[in-house]
Ligand binder design. Structure first.
Ligand code: NAD
Length: 365
């Protein structure tokens, strides 16, 4: 009995000291460029327990890590249909299409927040349209229904793919024409409508960001059209060259993963009255073309060569915005990006070089 009391006291002390640290600044990522991320208004509720569905993916891995640093390992449950080899914490095998399994997990761990990241991404959903629609929509309904019933806070990401060929491409406004041309984009646009509906009709505290293309060195890309901007770094370091599946002048909005993770957590931690948009927020950092990125890499690797062989993904990219107006996110909950093209390129190359030296087997897979 005494031992149990001591243990819970120690856990409480650890959580408390972590929360105090969070209120000043926290080190979330491995310390390279601007890895000390100030999260000024972050005051996590000690009672929150978070379930991340789709935790083994590109965003899930890093978000799980970041949330565990804030809330503690015992408050963040990773869930996926495939366990990441890097997963060292609390993990459950969970199918996002299985309503009862999600409900059981929520009850068992007394979950108060759900991050739903499981989805079929743009390029993969074009190959399997019906599965893309089913997974992306049914999983969202399951989580929104459970949130309405159990009063959960929900995070669900949308995408720039929710826009379409008739959307104004430059500085795309928060509210504008949205006629998405891909299965993935249609599922994101419909998902945004349902999020707003569940908020307005059932009072669900659901929050969302329309992510641009996300670039990260920590995990392999998951089948998106903007993934060329990750492959290019791997190929540059392995072979000194890259064949791009988009045309040289395809301008797309992009963001470095540390910024995306910080935005996600800041949005979720912002007071509810600051969240004035319950469909999904535009979010931006910088835009570039494959040629601009290649030139940036050539500043570090002058012999790097790029060639172009556009495939079916070109049509997807051509239907998306070239740049995004994210002034609503900046005004409502204080969003501010930190990384530009050159900082991101330097950081990607430095980190991938370190991984190639320390872990050549995984780097060359
Ligand atoms: N990565 C980007 O550039 C980007 C951009 C815009 C929006 N998004 C959105 O962010 C979310 C996460 O994207 P990501 O890049 O991490 O995707 P990802 O493909 O890397 O990861 C998705 C994860 O979901 C898991 N998953 C698939 N089916 C599942 C199921 N039935 N049950 C449980 N888990 C399942 C997969 O195993 C995978 O680990 C998605 O909603 C995506 O649409 C991503």
């Amino acid at each position: 009995m005494k031992k149990r009391k001591l243990r819970s006291r120690l856990v409480f002390m650890r959580i408390t000291s972590e929360k105090m640290l969070v209120n000043q600044q926290i080190t979330i990522f491995n310390p390279t460029v601007s890895e000390i991320l100030p999260l000024p208004f972050l005051k996590p509720m000690p009672s929150d327990t978070i379930l991340i569905i789709g935790s083994s993916g590109q965003i899930g891995l890093e978000l799980t890590d970041a949330l565990r640093k804030i809330y503690g390992d015992d408050r963040v449950i990773a869930a996926d249909i495939k366990k990441s080899p890097n997963e060292k914490g609390l993990y459950v095998h969970l199918d996002a299409l299985d309503f009862n399994a999600i409900a059981r997990t929520i009850d068992r761990y007394k979950v108060t927040q759900v991050y739903l990241l499981a989805a079929l991404l743009s390029a993969t959903a074009e190959q399997k349209p019906k599965l893309g629609w089913k997974l992306n929509m049914e999983s969202l309904f399951h989580v929104l229904d459970l949130a309405a019933e159990k009063k959960l806070k929900v995070y669900w990401p949308s995408s720039i793919a929710a826009f379409g060929p008739t959307t104004p491409k430059e500085n795309t406004p928060q509210m504008t024409i949205m006629e998405p041309a891909s299965v993935y984009g249609i599922s994101k646009q419909a998902g945004e409508r349902w999020c707003e509906y569940y908020h307005d009709r059932y009072g669900v505290d659901v929050r969302s960001i329309r992510y641009p293309g996300l670039i990260s060195y920590k995990s392999p890309p998951g089948g998106g059209t903007t993934d060329y901007a990750i492959h290019i770094f791997h190929e540059a370091l392995k072979h000194g060259s890259y064949e791009c599946f988009l045309k040289a002048d395809t301008m797309l909005p992009m963001m470095y993963m540390p910024d995306a993770i910080r935005a996600t957590i800041e949005l979720m931690e912002a007071p509810a009255d600051k969240i004035k948009i319950r469909s999904s927020y535009n979010l931006a950092a910088f835009s570039f073309t494959p040629q601009m990125l290649a030139e940036e890499i050539q500043k570090h690797m002058p012999d790097f060569k790029i060639t172009y062989a556009p495939d079916f993904r070109q049509q997807l990219a051509d239907s998306w915005p070239r740049s995004i107006d994210d002034s609503a996110a900046r005004k409502h909950w204080g969003w501010k990006h930190q990384y530009g093209l050159s900082e991101m390129t330097t950081d990607m190359l430095n980190n991938l070089k370190t991984i190639a030296v320390n872990n050549p087997v995984s780097f060359n897979q």
